[in-house]
Design a protein around this ligand. Structure first.
Ligand code: NOJ
Length: 471
């Protein structure tokens, strides 16, 4: 099996918001195809497309009504084939979002094959809570069905062999169409406790946290038996890439490698305080936990979490980009982060309040995403690809080119001043990141290869500066 994904950089495209080719205000596949040269020139290797399937869009495509087609808002299967062909011509791989845990409640299966879903005979049997809040059971007459997410997203019953076969056929359908791999959605949710036991209270729950966090999802997620399914998925996916969406502790995350996922998404940077010590500890813990042969990966943003530039501010977002693109492991970059897009305060459509991080790609000072009315408003349009006034895009391009020189090298923490995160990559490269707004000494001497300020550097680290050095 070729391991092309080890040295690769992934770019997540939120399909609704990347590029609109027909002026209806919603992004589409032809729009993406027309922008693939931009993606190639950025210097990434693979695109991950959020769900393209027909869907009533209650959860923007994560509520599927047909796993083997394309939503007409986004185009057709022919548009998908054209996108894949063009991507491959440009040397880009294509990763599809695969949504196995649930379907839309208007998927024909829900009425024609209700036995493919998780039903309980009677009213809700336990205290299980939906990820989006409220009870995870919906009573219909005498019976109740389980939904980990919206009530319009009933969970499939993965203990039913017919479900497994039907869902494996979906993978085969797209493999034949030439996709290079899958990002498997909500993988940890696939199996639930057959005894339907209550989830225990979360001792760390505090007011203000989402209701879902009031319980520990012990009986609803990450069950031991799930690894059998992971192995089956691995077998069907064969020589292509299996990325797993699993929000679990580092130690438990490692089991997904054993089961056969090559990239169990490492989301821990998203929830670690933006402090040198905390991030340094995280890297050490993650590196130490990796089983033999497992390859690390890092995620700094996605369509479910606030954008990095809003979380840490514009100055530190540059340092964050250097972190993501110089750590050991495959990075996944969220569209728009390469120009420093920020969250846009808007609450129009998403049931979980995630509109702010999903706004249209800012191509030009007029927007450039659509000729019509964008489905969500643009953010600050002084931030755009065409002008790149803050050279954020230039910084990303430089980093993406530079990392090729040390992508496979080992990681070693370097001793540094308070507030500075420093590490070596192999024998000849060092990275020093000043996570503070004050100057700091450089932890090592060396020749400057790149500063986040994109200039010749200074004697020490300036406020909010990161550097890559040849040592
Ligand atoms: C994770 C996806 O990233 C998120 O956007 C979605 O709402 C849930 N899974 C449910 O499919």
């Amino acid at each position: 099996m070729t391991e092309w994904w080890r040295d690769a950089v992934f770019y997540e495209i939120y399909v609704r918001s990347f590029a609109d080719s027909n002026g209806d205000g919603v992004g589409d596949l032809a729009g993406i195809t027309a922008r693939l040269e931009y993606v190639r020139d950025l210097g990434v290797d693979a695109i991950w497309l959020t769900p393209v399937y027909p869907s009533p869009q209650r959860d923007f495509g994560y509520d599927v009504t047909d796993h083997c087609d394309v939503d007409p808002r986004y185009g057709s299967l022919a548009d998908f084939d054209a996108l894949t062909a063009r991507a491959h011509e440009l040397g880009l791989r294509v990763i599809l979002d695969y949504v196995p845990n649930h379907t839309s409640d208007v998927h024909p299966w829900f009425t024609e094959h209700p036995d493919r879903y998780l039903w309980h005979d009677g009213p809700p049997p336990n205290n299980w809570v939906s990820v989006f809040g409220g009870p995870a059971w919906e009573q219909v007459g005498e019976r109740s069905y389980y939904h980990a997410y919206l009530r319009e997203q009933p969970d499939l019953d993965w203990r039913n062999p017919e479900v497994r076969e039907a869902m494996y056929d979906v993978l085969r359908f797209w493999l034949e169409r030439g996709v290079d791999g899958f990002r498997v959605d909500a993988l940890r949710q696939l199996l639930k406790d057959p005894q339907l036991r209550d989830n225990p209270p979360n001792p760390d729950f505090a007011p203000g946290m989402p209701e879902y966090d009031s319980l520990l999802p012990l009986h609803t997620t990450d069950l031991d038996e799930l690894q059998e399914i992971v192995a089956e998925l691995r077998a069907v996916i064969g020589d292509r890439l299996f990325i797993a969406e699993v929000y679990v502790e580092i130690e438990r995350l490692m089991r997904y490698y054993a089961g056969g996922a090559q990239m169990p998404f490492n989301f821990h940077l998203l929830s670690t305080p933006w402090e040198a010590e905390a991030i340094g500890d995280l890297i050490e813990r993650y590196e130490a936990a990796l089983p033999d042969g497992a390859w690390p990966n890092w995620v700094l943003g996605n369509h479910d979490r606030p954008r990095i530039a809003s979380r840490v501010g514009a100055a530190q977002a540059r340092v964050a980009a250097m972190l993501l693109l110089t750590l050991r492991g495959t990075p996944t970059l969220y569209y728009g982060d390469e120009i420093g897009m920020t969250d846009v305060p808007v609450q129009r459509s998403d049931p979980d309040g995630r509109d702010p991080e999903r706004t249209p790609m800012q191509w030009t000072r007029d927007g450039g995403f659509t000729t019509g009315e964008p489905w969500l408003p643009y953010g600050d349009l002084t931030i755009n690809v065409e002008d790149d006034p803050h050279s954020m895009l230039a910084l990303h391009r430089r980093l993406l080119a530079l990392r090729r020189g040390f992508a496979e090298e080992g990681y070693r923490t370097l001793h540094a001043a308070d507030g500075v995160l420093a590490y070596a990559r192999g024998e000849h490269t060092a990275v020093a990141l000043n996570l503070t707004g004050e100057p700091r000494p450089l932890p090592v001497g060396g020749e400057l290869l790149l500063s986040t300020h994109l200039d010749g550097g200074a004697r020490g680290l300036r406020a909010d500066e990161g550097v890559v050095l040849r040592i």
